[in-house]
Design a protein around this ligand. Sequence first.
Ligand code: F6R
Length: 625
Amino acid sequence: MCGIIACVGCGDDTLDTLVHGLSKLDYRGYDSAGVALTAPGDETVAVVKREGKLERLREALDQADAAGTAPSGTVGMAHTRWSTHGPPSDANAHPHTDCSGEVAVVHNGIIENYQTLRDELEAAGHEFRSETDTEVIPHLIEDLLAGPEYDHADPEPAIREAMTRLEGSFAVVVSVAGVETLFASRQDNPLVLGASPRDAESASGERSEPRAGATYLASDVPAFREFTDRVVYLENGEFARIDTDGFTITDSDGGVVEKTVETVDWDPEDTGKSGYDHFMLKEIYEQPRALRQCLQGRVDEMGGRVTLDVDIEPERVQFVACGTSYHAALYGAELFREAGVPAQCFLASEYATSTPPVDDALVVGVTQSGETADTLSALREARSRGARTLACTNTVGSTAARECDEALFIRSGPEIGVAATKTFASQQTALNMLALSVAQQRGRAGTMRESLSALRDLPGEVQAILDESSAEAVAEEFVDAPSYFFIGRGVHYPVALEGALKLKEISYKHAEGFASGELKHGPLALVTGETPVFAVVTGDGPLATKTIGNVKEVESRDAPVVAVTDGRSDVGRYADHVLEIPEAPPRTAAVLANVQLQLVAYHVADMLGRPIDKPRNLAKSVTVE
Ligand code: F6R
């Protein structure tokens, strides 16, 4: 989704800082990009923006530089746009300006009342240049500044007033020509401030980091992480003012809010590719480390306990999530039911209309970003109906983490590839521990020691798969197939769904995941000799036997079968290929099997030359409903 980076105090490095920041937000997915700069004495804000990838903006800036017209300034902001209102085009790219070019705005989110505002502003003589909802903001500010009660010398009151007229979700940064200050506010869309060392010093008594005197605003920390690790998360309705003296944050009534400056616990290098061809591959290979981090200090094998820093004793659980996180939630729900806790799973976008009674339910939002609009909205709906909520997320400081009563962090480290990989494995692992902790509370932790040692072994087993997988050969054999099926039962059903989602989103090939037993109720009609079927079969119990029955059904329709298995059943006899995983109980086998399917998806997409880290039409963090 859209990305914002803005800064004050970077001096001659302002433009470079902005473009560098945009490159760090690149992973979010976008279709146009732009920058706006100003300096004391300017009468208009200099804006350059282009449809397409960042490279096109860079070319435009280079050309402007060669012609001596490059935008310059000491205050700047930049944006990558993922189009919602109006197609990708130079005109629809951000920043947007008012009629005079004096006010520039970048915005993430959707202004729901933009048509009403636009009609009013056009009636008042404002001329619009784009089809976006965002453009109403600079015109609205211009309109207010033209009135007698506001003053150009201090535009803050007019900007604050403009914010109160906006309905919808937004993270907005405003720059006014010649003013060495940036103004920002947010409502249901993330905005984080990067504090300079001086600000950090006053808050924490420590001193570190380069670039004293610079302050940043961004939609996401990677945009400025190389310059500071000190961050302040803005809350809904808060208003930030940043200038060369630092920052001030006020509430909607103008009262100063004392904010905590937090320290980011990951390094800038974590957002680099470290020699891998793609972030996705790097992140698949980072899974052993991610899982170790997820487990660290939480599993006490000697004491036979799981200790999580969350205060819950649920009678029932409702999960809400989207996409890959929904698959993790399906897995989590299965484990809660095993622990004797009734658990349901809802697609977050359907939760409000499902209106399930919440009563004594704990509502768990599973969301790696913590910013997915559908999930936040479902969690808010649950809260408004009196439910206690828990966010299972990778992002400390995210909206979900801050708004929920409890947060369980999955500790994956930054994930840049749009396709979720290590965060899915960490979500599975965190939910596994959560279900165990509840089983323990209820005195139902019968196989606790076995479960804990399985968790302990998990990172090493994932490493063994990464070292030995033959997924690339399987991908090579089936890369030309028109369609792929994935099947599994119990905890392996979400793995089948996730295997199919991963393949379709990055390879653009048709892929479907099914509960194994469902095949014969319809989808079997599509199975031919050209439909590879990936079957997840572990153990040798009744579920394995039943899935093997389903494997035989597809085999007798000539479909090639790839078994993802620990070899304890005889599924290998019916399979054309076997992707092996170590022997493990079902709950951790589901993590292991998924790693093989991630690798298949990656290699198919790579062989097809797809833009793996930024698949078309997709975004890392989906902040619109
Ligand atoms: C797919 C993928 C998406 C996300 C979904 C929810 O690889 O990453 O399906 O899982 O958009 O995102 P979060 O987890 O941030 O709520």
